[in-house]
Design a protein around this ligand. Structure first.
Ligand SMILES: [Ca+2]
Length: 561
């Protein structure tokens, strides 16, 4: 049996790396189902991907302590950074003892990490970005993980790594070697929705938008027709922040309404990859934003406000629409403190009449786990990945213990992979259970979410927080729209899904700043031909080289077996 599994794994690795669909056939988790899911400790799992070390081994890492982790530790007085439910689980099941060489607050973390990487004295496993991965690899400080992945990545880990295409795993490769295990991220979570104050729509007798012209009409009405009924013209059509592309209150979804995708790479008709930010559609979108700004439909001070400042206008009930990701619901909820009748709903983004808009999804994999050159157990990082996924989403998951207890305890683990579509999957389970009348049988994440929603709908004392969950997972919530986006093939994945190219590492920040400054100035009133100047400058300052590199990557990718 083991031999078969191993051979299959080899097939799967190549399938995974080179984009074949073979891998999706194999779903077995390799779990010994004769044991109950509650069983803990060594020997629970028969599969090699989760087998314990005898005797136990020590694995060193370093750790960043952000606000989230600090809050979790505060909420759990019996657990510490080094001794908690996750460290105990890794030790009991895998024989892996986690030791941190150091752990510091986020403010100091990156500097300390840079100094450590430069010194060459790295821990057994270290999380790095693409540029650091390349540096460590060139310096010969880390080892090739191709063989370890082939032998030890569980079926679930492989499935999660290839969920959004072969790009995720490929981005951890240097040449033909897997030098870092990509930390998983989710592109589809970045899908845009148009969030609207539906109580304002009702107040003014307006319908939800079907086209961009409708969006512009609603924005005007929300600005000029006193939707809050206080007799003053003191409201804005649409939210904005100084960053233009914030995940909530940014313009990514607005631009998509004009067929403009300024932050991703697109494949043109000839099969070449082109940068979305320099396409003529962007100019049209900027034109529309300039007019909205001139008509006071956008806060005149948006350029001085980051997300935390800009959201105050939402809390104050001054904003009627905002583009944003699903979690925006929790931000819009703030408007209900001052006005309990404030109602928001997510709507699908729109474009020209009769056309289903494309929803752009930027490639997001940016962190990798690298393993020190002389570390004797390169597979340990994979076993940890395997166990983290298994205990949260596998057949032996204990969601209430290892993911969300009273706090988001998944954050205690030094590695936190997750399935890219876990939230969409939870929505689908809830929707299906509602149809079948079997909601009481839900488990794990979907049961947790439904409980929050029910507390809100039943008007329980602590129920108000369920409002946001309902806006995301309810029958007409954001996830129901994502489900439609996917069914209608509206998701537009970044055509470049690789590690940053040499010139990107050097010039991307400069180009991003250039784009930002030109776009903001046009919105604030500069002539549109400034856009053409931007395109010229973009090419000259590194864009031309990057375009060549990205197309080389594209050609190489096609050339692979
Ligand atoms: Ca008003």
């Amino acid at each position: 049996m083991l031999i078969i599994v191993k051979n299959l794994s080899k097939v799967m690795l190549s399938a995974l790396l080179f984009g074949s669909t073979l891998a999706s056939c194999h779903q077995s988790s390799g779990i010994d189902h004769n044991r109950g899911p509650e069983t803990r400790g060594e020997g629970v799992y028969s599969d090699k991907s989760l087998r314990a070390y005898h005797p136990p081994i020590e694995v060193t890492l370093v750790r960043e302590i952000g606000d989230g982790l600090e809050d979790i530790l505060k909420a759990l007085p019996d657990e510490t950074l080094e001794n908690n439910r996750w460290s105990q689980l890794y030790e009991q099941v895998l024989g892996i003892q986690i030791k941190y060489k150091w752990a510091v607050r986020s403010e100091q973390y990156h500097k300390k990490l840079d100094i450590m990487l430069a010194s060459g004295d790295i821990p057994d496993i270290v999380k790095v970005n693409a540029q650091q991965l390349r540096q460590l690899s060139h310096a010969g400080l880390i080892q090739d993980l191709t063989q370890a992945y082939e032998e030890y990545a569980s079926a679930l880990t492989r499935q999660v790594h290839r969920q959004e295409g072969s790009g995720t795993l490929e981005s951890g490769m240097i040449g033909d070697k897997l030098m870092g295990i990509p930390e998983t991220d989710s592109s589809i979570e970045k899908a845009m929705y148009l969030w609207i104050r539906t109580d304002w729509l009702d107040q003014l007798g307006l319908q939800p938008p079907k086209t961009m012209d409708d969006v512009l009409e609603i924005s005007k009405a929300f600005t000029q027709k006193d939707p809050d009924g206080n007799g003053q013209q003191d409201t804005y059509g649409i939210a904005a922040t100084q960053y233009l592309w914030d995940p909530v209150m940014g313009f990514t979804g607005f631009m998509a309404g004009y067929g403009a995708y300024p932050n991703i790479w697109l494949e043109d008709e000839s099969g070449k990859l082109v940068y979305g930010g320099i396409q003529p559609e962007v100019k049209q979108a900027l034109k529309a934003l300039q007019e909205m700004y001139r008509n006071h439909e956008i806060d005149s001070e948006f350029i001085f406000k980051n997300g935390s400042k800009a959201k105050q206008l939402i809390a104050d009930g001054k904003i009627g629409m905002a583009y944003g990701e699903q979690w925006g619901a929790f931000l819009f909820q703030s408007s209900r403190s001052g006005d309990p009748d404030a109602e928001w709903q997510a709507f699908p983004i729109v474009t020209d009449p009769g056309i289903a808009p494309k929803v752009p999804l930027k490639f997001t994999t940016s962190s990798f786990y690298a393993v020190r050159k002389d570390f004797a157990h390169p597979e340990a990082i994979l076993k940890m990945f395997n166990l983290h996924l298994e205990k949260n989403w596998g057949k032996t998951a204990e969601y209430g213990t290892y993911y969300n207890d009273s706090s988001p305890v998944w954050g205690l683990s030094p590695v936190t992979p997750f399935p890219a579509d876990k939230n969409l999957e939870a929505y689908r389970q809830i929707a299906e259970a509602r149809r079948q009348g079997t909601t009481s049988q839900l488990q794990g994440e979907s049961a947790f979410i439904l409980d929050r929603i029910d507390r809100y709908l039943d008007k329980k004392e602590d129920g108000e927080s369920g409002w946001g969950w309902e806006k995301i997972y309810g029958p007409s919530g954001a996830m129901s729209i994502l489900d439609q986006y996917e069914d209608n093939h509206q998701l537009l994945f970044d055509a470049f899904a690789g590690a940053p190219t040499e010139t990107m590492i050097e010039k991307q920040t400069i180009l991003d700043n250039l784009q930002h400054d030109y776009f903001v100035n046009i919105i604030l009133g500069q002539p549109f031909d400034q856009f053409d100047r931007f395109v010229e400058e973009w090419y000259r300052l590194g864009g031309a080289d990057i375009t060549a590199e990205v197309n080389q990557w594209h050609v190489d990718k096609k050339g692979r077996p």
